[in-house]
Design a protein. Structure first.
Length: 282
């Protein structure tokens, strides 16, 4: 029994080592993508600002005086140029008088690490297939993964809820701004574009909200997280459906089956939400 327990512990440590490698690779991929986005955004910000000022001055030449806008953009342009210098210093190394972009800032670095991630996941699968852990041990491991699943569902639900609230705020504020601007009969011609912009923003936000169903996604994710947490607390405290269970293995089997059912239901709801909305004929 002691030797079997030691073998199981070594197997679990091996799987945890694979998990650590996978988490490190995912963190590195996120960091590489963020750095690449920062690099492209900073390098393109100053030319974009100059282009917008040029187009704006040409389009409003002789009608609107943009001198104040141009003067206000000069400090911003200087700040963007300084930021470009800082990012360049962080992202390059100098060797023999030449500057070389660091690997983590390269365009293909994240793609290379994604390949390494797929290989690491495959190694974990092969290791898990080769390890002959008892079924009871696998179920105990599965039970301890429930808090991570709960946190993932809740974080995804919170993200969708924030997006939904943002679009709803745009719809509410934009609708009021559009109505107010349209009611002003003597609105100067240049400021009528405010009405056009707010109307477009309201329509865009309403379209995205209706198509992607952020509120429904957030609701179902939160509902699944609460249900899994209820099952997790119930099996640990021996309450609810597990109150009369005297066999821990039977309770754990029922818990695993229940949680898998909840996850499958969530996947089905997600697939339904991903389907395009059908419009009635006629």
């Amino acid at each position: 029994m002691t030797q079997a327990a030691a073998t199981a512990e070594r197997a679990i440590e091996e799987l945890l080592g694979h998990d650590r490698k996978i988490l490190d690779l995912r963190q590195e991929i996120r960091g590489a993508r963020l750095k690449r986005f920062l690099l492209v955004s900073v390098y393109s910000s100053a030319p974009t600002l100059l282009l917008l000022l040029f187009v704006g001055n040409i389009a409003t030449w002789g009608r609107v005086d943009l001198a104040r806008v141009n003067l206000a953009c000069i400090p911003l342009l200087v700040a963007l140029l300084v930021l470009c210098v800082v990012v360049r210093a962080k992202s390059t190394k100098y060797s023999f008088g030449t500057s070389i972009l660091l690997d983590e800032w390269e365009a293909g670095h994240a793609a290379d690490k994604k390949i390494d991630l797929e290989l690491a996941i495959e190694r974990k699968r092969l290791s898990a297939a080769a390890i002959d852990l008892p079924t009871a041990t696998r179920r105990h491991i599965y039970r301890e993964t429930a808090p991570a699943a709960i946190e993932q569902y809740r974080s995804d639900g919170l993200r969708y809820r924030r997006v939904h609230n943002l679009f709803q705020s745009v719809i509410i504020i934009g609708s009021l701004a559009t109505s107010t601007a349209a009611s002003l009969a003597d609105t100067p011609a240049p400021y009528k574009w405010i009405t056009v912009g707010t109307s477009f923003s309201v329509g865009l936000a309403a379209g995205f909200t209706g198509y992607f169903k952020f509120r429904e996604r957030s609701f179902y994710l939160q509902q699944t997280a609460d249900a899994i947490e209820e099952e997790y607390d119930a099996v640990n405290l021996k309450v609810g459906r597990y109150k009369s269970s005297t066999d821990d293995e039977a309770a754990l089997l029922e818990f695993t089956d229940r949680v898998e059912t909840l996850k499958n239901d969530q996947r089905k709801r997600q697939q339904q939400l991903d389907q395009p909305t059908e419009t009635p004929e006629g």
